[in-house]
Design a protein around this ligand. Structure first.
Ligand code: SAH
Length: 368
């Protein structure tokens, strides 16, 4: 992969201390060895963390007290909830959490009849500066570590299991659609994907098919991800099919144009066999015109193919201080119909979490 331009580098902030979830199985055993313990202690600890979803050493009673004290250094508290809010009758729960250095980020757990999904953050803030997104307005604070990402999932899985959504549920889906641009934090995100999808005790055992990585379209990183052998779903935030408007809606378009992004999406679909998802936040009088729907359908059909792509329309969630709003229902309906007429599957995202500012693009890590 060519080096990403400097603008994607996070400012130097305190890197979180090393955590079990940063490590692959071999490094985990090595780390336990450095602490003077036999390597089977690493497997025991991993079974608690990834299998039982607990980071509370006091409950790990199969470990002698002295061993627990030694292992404590591998489980520093990295993701500490400071505020929890629920809406949609308890089926949507947002967690504002702080990192070891006080950095704030957010995760959202959502229950559905057939699945439970957590939306995680990959960075504190975001450097992509999309003007309709709340996170984009505050800039990037820092990259999250692998363990900070994994621990959001671990805590969500434990909460779902323990009935946070009403009745006990298994966490089946993870979407990288919280704060941040996951492919601008590439190495840590890919390590997190491995921890999330590997079966316990090496990882959380969530099927890669249930994991979605959403990106503004960092082309070299999309190609790199396609070669990782991780069949996660790729979502591309397109938001308009023409470069002129996309240059302002998704500023990274000035670096990689619509045609380059769609070509990368096609290569991803070919390499992984996974259908890619095109995200399109529908904004009244900005990108919701019938001609844009037609152009979108035509481009996707020609550049990716009807079987390899589907469009996910997101009614815009207004963010504070913005004049932009969602499109009227009949405009949205016509947009969907026109994309479908081109032979492209098109669905409208539900608007979970609006009242607690937990909907798409609303995560802004407000202070508790
Ligand atoms: N950086 C990644 C993840 C961002 S959040 C990306 O851009 O894909 C996931 C989706 O929510 C993206 O498609 C993003 O463009 C969209 N989004 C951001 N702000 C929004 C808003 N106010 N209303 C609706 N969708 C929004």
């Amino acid at each position: 992969m060519t080096a990403l331009p400097l603008v994607f580098d996070a400012p130097k902030r305190a890197i979180p201390p090393r955590h079990l979830a940063d490590l692959d199985p071999a490094d985990r055993r090595a780390a336990v060895g450095e602490l003077g313990l036999p390597s089977f202690r690493a497997d025991q600890l991993a079974r608690h963390y990834f299998g039982r979803l607990t980071a509370d050493l006091d409950t790990m009673t199969d470990l002698p007290a002295g061993v627990r004290d030694t292992l404590r250094t591998l489980l520093p508290p990295l993701v500490t909830p400071v505020l929890e809010q629920a809406c949609d009758g308890g089926a949507t729960r947002k967690t504002l959490w702080k990192g070891h250095d006080g950095t704030r980020a957010e995760s959202v757990l959502m229950g559905y009849p057939d699945r439970a999904t957590v939306c995680v953050s990959s960075q504190a803030g975001c450097g992509m500066a999309c003007p309709f997104c709340a996170t984009g307005q505050g800039g990037l604070q820092r990259n999250l570590s692998t363990a900070e990402i994994v621990d959001q999932v671990r805590q969500a899985a434990a909460a779902a299991r323990d009935g946070a959504l009403g009745s006990p549920a298994r966490l089946s889906n993870v979407v990288f659609m919280g704060m941040g641009e996951p492919l601008a934090n590439y190495k840590r995100v890919v390590a997190a994907l491995r921890r999330i999808t590997e079966p316990a005790p090496d990882g959380l055992g969530i099927s890669a098919r249930g994991v979605t990585v959403s990106t503004v379209g960092l082309v070299p990183a999309i190609d790199k991800l396609a070669a990782e052998g991780l069949p996660v779903t790729l979502a591309v935030s397109l938001h308009t099919p023409d470069d002129e408007l996309r240059d302002t809606l998704v500023p990274v378009n000035n670096r990689w144009k619509v045609s380059e992004v769609l070509a990368a999406a096609r290569r991803y679909a070919q390499a992984t066999g996974r259908r890619v998802s095109i995200e399109y936040a529908l904004i009244r009088d900005v990108n919701d015109q019938p001609w844009r729907a037609d152009l979108l359908g035509t481009l996707l059909r020609q550049q990716i193919g009807t079987k390899r792509v589907h469009v996910n329309l997101i009614p815009l969630n207004p963010t504070p201080g913005s004049e932009w709003d969602a499109s009227p229902r009949r405009v949205q309906d016509e947009f969907v119909a026109r994309v479908q007429a081109a032979g492209i599957a098109c669905t409208v995202r539900d608007t979970r979490g609006r009242e607690i500012a937990a909907a798409c693009g609303q995560l802004a890590a407000s202070e508790a």
